[in-house]
Structures are given as C-alpha cells and as structure tokens.
Design a protein around this ligand. Sequence first.
Ligand code: ATP
Ligand code: MG
Length: 301
Amino acid sequence: MRRRKSTIFFVVFGICLILFAIALQVGWILLNLQQIAMLVFGIIFFAAIITGLVLNTTFLVREIRRNEQQNAFLNAMTHELKTPIASIKLYLETVKTRDLPEEKRREFYDVMLSDSDRLLNTVEQVLQASRTREKKRELNYSDVKIAELIAESVRVVRSRYNLVKEEIVVGDFDNDITVEGDLSELKTAFGNLLDNAVKYSNDEINISVRGRVRTGGWIDIYVKDNGYGIPASEVRRVFRRFYRVPNESADNTKGTGLGLYIVESIIKKHGGKVFAKSRGIGFGSTFTVRLPIKKKADSPE
Ligand code: ATP
Ligand code: MG
C-alpha cells in the first residue's frame, strides 16, 4: 500500500514538474520574442530539461515496479523454502518420538522425499534463472528428437504430481523430427510449461501436448490446459522475470515467477519462439513453442 502511495506521489510529482517546465518555457518565449537567438537557445535548453524529467520519471516508476516484484519474489521464495522444510521437520519429529507401525513409517518417508524434491526443484529453478542471465554460457548441442523430449518431460511431470495417463494426453510426434539443441535445457523448458499447466489447472486436470509441422522448417508444440486461463492483458507479461498474475482463484498456488522467464530464454537461445494464448479466465491456456527443425544432412536424395 505504501509503495502504491509513493508510486502515485512520484508520478504526480513528475507530471507537475513537466507542466511547470512547459509553462516556464511558454512564458519565457512570450517575454523574449525579440531575442531570436536566445529564444532558439532557450528552447533547446528547456526541451532538454523536459526530456530529462520525463526520462527520470519513467525510470523511477519502472524501478519502483521492479522493486515490488522482487519483494513478491522474496516472499514467494521464502514460502517455497520454508514449507517443505517445516513439513520434513514435523515428520522427522513424529518418526523420532513415536513408535510407528512400519507401514506408517514408510508413508512418512515418502512424504519427506517428495518435500525434499520440491525443495530441490525450487533451488534448481533459481539457479537456472541466474544461469540463464549469463549470456555467454555455451549450450551443449546435440540432435534432440522431439518425440523423446516430449515423452520424457511428460513422464517427469506425471510422476511429480502422481497423474494418471489420461490427465496429460500426448499427440503423435513424428519420430524423424529433430531439433538441434541442449537436451537438458529443452527438458527444463517443457518441464516448466507442463508444471504450470498442472499447477494452474482446476481439480480436473486435462492437458494435451501436440505438435504440428509448419512450412519453412518449423515445428509448433502446443501445451494446452483447461485451467484458470490468463486474462488478455497479462498474456505478454507472464514471461517477465518474477512476474505472477494477480489472481484470486490461484492465490494458493505458490511460485517464484521464474518459470516462464526461463522457458523463454531457453527457447530464444534455440532460435525459437514461445507465446501464450488464452480465451480468458476459466477457459484454459495454450502455450506454443516454435522451434526450427534440423535439416537431415544424410537424407537419401
Ligand atoms: P515457478 O514456475 O517459478 O514455480 P510461477 O509458476 O509462478 O513460478 P511462471 O511459470 O513464470 O511462474 O508463470 C508466471 C505466471 O503466469 C504464473 O504465476 C501464472 O499466473 C501464469 N501462468 C503460467 N502458466 C499458466 C497456465 N498454464 N495457466 C494459467 N496461468 C498461467
Ligand atoms: Mg511455473
């Protein structure tokens, strides 16, 4: 709330300064009509001041917004780290102090394991995001079969969320289609898209992954869900670092806002594109990844 107030204050302050400078300039022009040389000089001078003020205000507003997002990220991050640790601690204490039947004990171990997986996931996500920012990092290029890449990513997400097969439907992918890329990075990208699709689904999960070859040597891969959907105004923003759509129904789904930022950087590094589409709240979303298909060097002709 305080931030919002200070944002409004600075915006109003900036606008007042701009108006003041314009008034000054107009008044000055009227008073000094005779002195043409001075006039020209003055106009340039005041224009420079006004430009400076506009730039300054824009910068300030952007900076304040970024600060807000970073705060939200820190909160989410703390939550993401604290929850599994607290849970593991609780289970460990129970196992230590009580004489539990073997079956119960095993069940507790499973919960602890999945909590530590979650913890590891969060840490890896943050590491990946900072790695992504290092522009120079070399990718480990190889030929990646799309069919295998998708199958593997789907398998990982199915087991992470204990999904039955029907909850993620995979379309037919031609076994011959390969792209040139870094397998583990591409897996991270599709893992994140699928993770979102599950996370932002309602109770009934209904996800599909399909591919379509396009003219010009591209393949489109669609990850479609029937979950919350994304409001039209947010469709572009979701790829920004730390950005999370403010959404009441999704308030209890926690995250760092890094996932799609990572996805976009990875896909861009592979010469591709990713974009989101949604018919609005409640109508699900579709994320499309477009990658260049690798030409077959040893084709028979
Ligand atoms: P993380 O992936 O790091 O755990 P996150 O899921 O919040 O955190 P992103 O994956 O970058 O971050 O997603 C950014 C935001 O975009 C999400 O907070 C969510 O509001 C929105 N979003 C992403 N995918 C979907 C989807 N399939 N359906 C609806 N909203 C989505
Ligand atoms: Mg995510």
